[in-house]
Design a protein around this ligand. Sequence first.
Ligand SMILES: Nc1ncnc2c1ncn2[C@@H]1O[C@H](COP(=O)(O)OP(=O)(O)OP(=O)(O)O)[C@@H](O)[C@H]1O
Ligand SMILES: [Mg+2]
Length: 456
Amino acid sequence: MIMLGQAQVFLQQRKVLRNDIVQPLGARAFDVLELLLKARGQVVNKDQILQCVWPSTVVEENNLQVHISSLRKALGCNKDIIRTIPGRGYLLVGQDEEALMPKTPTPSLWADTGSVLIGRDDVLAQVHDALARNLLVTLIGCGGIGKTAIALALAASIHESQARVVFQVMFADEQSPDGLLDKLAKAMDIEPGSMEQVMDRLKQRYTDNALLIVLDNCEHLIEGVASLCEFLFATGLCLKILVTSREPLRIRNEHTIRIPPLDTVGVESSAQALLTCSSTQLLILRLSGLDPSFVPDNASLALLGEVGRLVDGVPLALEMAAIRASALGLQIVIDELIDRPHMLDASLRTAPRRQQSLAACIEWSYRLLEMEERSVLLMISRLDGQFSLDAVCEVASGLGFTHRQLMDSMMGLITKSLLLIVPQGPFHRYRLMRATRSYLLHQIAVRNDSSLSMYP
Ligand SMILES: Nc1ncnc2c1ncn2[C@@H]1O[C@H](COP(=O)(O)OP(=O)(O)OP(=O)(O)O)[C@@H](O)[C@H]1O
Ligand SMILES: [Mg+2]
């Protein structure tokens, strides 16, 4: 529950109470309120609200004003908590961050609907479908590709349709597998305890509910999370699990979906192709969020297309590039990206540490590799563009790897989303993302030593 002046906001039940009376608020007005709450005191511009609350309809701005005034009415004498910022949007004032956050674990921490998801309709449909058919779906992909964003959007839609009670457990900050059960218990609003106790409490509490449990960012605790999923299935509750991770859990019932990058377009693409390409769309959305007067002309559209290609369509990198471009201009960002893509580091202040620079994002995965996998990865960084397994064997020759070690390491690197497969008939080709390769070359240069034994 969140206090807004004297009003109480119940996110899960989607209700606002004042003086113990439920305030008459429509679903859209509540969506707007949620968006403002999630912005934690930052201005939310009108376009953001319109796009988020009415994603598939064109809506007049006065429609939004109607909802804002019904929200103000619900807040009664605290109506000024919603402040209009002329020409920009709205924000919630007079509340520090803590006051805006739930005071107790909310039973259904279901989503961050504050962000608009670009270019993921097909993936969302695919995940939705996979969840309907499977007990456990794992979204896999490299850092910053949008796994969490997709899981949150899906959780939001399932919550909205009230098909299941949704819980979201974020594991990124969890250091040890020992803390996983407690974290799950707290997120599901039950008292932590031993496995037996938690199992009993879950059974008692949720026996009548259909649940969706989102386990977010699991790669660094992969074995612990795998056991936690087995534990959850053993409760016998009616539940589905959606996991996000840079590598699969590899347990029974798991259905994996690899999240692709956003689309990018070729060098000579038309303005139309650029405008419909999802990486350009994300750049435009972020750039116009930073500078409402930003309208791309044909020349800047071509540059946006180039940024998309240079960051391989990775949303996190696109967001960072947009932040840098809004201050330095697109051409400078392109020059930087050509030179050292892994050095991109403009992030939102609220981003987790591993997402504050591309290097940190890659390092998070690199640290989870076995020593041998690291050596092979560093060695592979000598290969530019797409390459075959033969090419890998060739650069490895004379470096002391057995064929088996090489194949196992390649498997590990693919599984852990550091090496990308480029399917080509019966044989695969492979490639590294530009930022990953640049990070690895930088690692080698820093060590200033070309001997493989030094590589890890
Ligand atoms: N389709 C999208 N449209 C708009 N923004 C997106 C999209 N996908 C991701 N983002 C944004 O990009 C950033 C990185 O996304 P996200 O955190 O979901 O990546 P991730 O794959 O979960 O990364 P990690 O492996 O580090 O957890 C976030 O700020 C997110 O809001
Ligand atoms: Mg994530």
